[in-house]
Write a protein that binds this ligand. Sequence first.
Ligand code: NAD
Ligand code: IPM
Ligand code: MN
Length: 356
Amino acid sequence: MPCYDIAVLPGDGIGTEVTREAERAIIAASTQFQFNVSLEHYPIGGAALDQLDTPFPDRTRDACLAADAVFLGALGGPKWDHEIGHRRCEFALLALRKVLGGFANLRPVIVPESLIESSPLRAERVSGTDLLIVRELTGGIYFGSPRTDSDDQGINTMIYCRSEIERIARLAFSLAQKRKGKLTSVDKANVLEVSQLWRRVVTEIQRSEFPDVELEHLYVDNAAIQLILRPTQFDVILTSNLFGDILSDLAGTLPGSLGILPSATMGGKVGLFEPIHGSAPDIMGKGLANPAGALLSVVMLLDSLGETEASECIQSAIMNTLDAGIRTRDLGGTASTTEFGDTVLHHAFGMTPALV
Ligand code: NAD
Ligand code: IPM
Ligand code: MN
């Protein structure tokens, strides 16, 4: 029987609440689909600062590097917002991503029929939305030097080298080939030199290696409005670290809540799976967090381990739960985080909550 070591980083705020549901789903899937799993918890972010005086302890880093996959809830929050530099919670997440080396953050955005009424957009606009944001994750302005902050000047640097653009473009084009065959590259080439290089390199890769994929380029400001005006025009959206961060939160409006969007980070030593939302301090500790993004991240995690049956089973259980009208408050429902998780487990494995 295969055995997977999964490093679990619940983090802060609702990160811990949605991670609990993710773990229950992984454990139930392991019983049903006959694999062993070890789920060890490691501190990161504010929880780690409080316990160990650093947001990214060495032990957490080493365990993640030794694992088969890493699951992360969310980190950060107002309690630690005064911290600066390497003591910031968000720094820990960037350091984790860098050390794992996953340069491609895949953020799928679908609007299931059952959620069309939850979308702030009109039904005819969002119906059929099924797109994939491929966000470059280990470069760009998040990591470029110089970066400094003094009393009268702050500096960050958006920098991409050719090889970084080539590798993410190749991955995104190959994903588009398996989907609807269209790739939209998003940049700010009308203003930024770094985007001009991005656009040239993406065009070269398409011409020489992926002529069968349709390529279009959009400026990021226009991409933002197109996402809202006509989200169904998109298949794969390829973009840089900062633009991908912003566009993926914007895309969270399409199904009606940020809480249902998952992500998988590929291309490095170990895959990293995390919902795209944050620690949501405004709702933490109240059982209001939507665990669907975390559960869909479990779907991507199991798929990456080759446990496709388990992954498909949980995916359809989440869709069936939404179809049955079970929703957390962000989507207009009354289910708690745990009740949503219970219903997913019930649909997937016929389990009564007491057994899990
Ligand atoms: P956020 O994503 O935490 O919350 C934005 C809004 O969406 C809030 O109104 C929140 O209640 C709602 N929301 C988010 N996830 C939800 C869910 N699962 N169910 C229901 N509602 C949900 O963004 P923020 O408030 O800008 O950031 C809070 C903290 O989280 C900050 O410290 C930020 O740096 C951090 N953050 C962490 C991650 C991560 O760990 N991956 C991602 C984004 C933000
Ligand atoms: C995300 C988050 C992170 C990011 C922060 C918390 C560092 O917003 O995963 O989308 O900007 O990448
Ligand atoms: Mn973000």
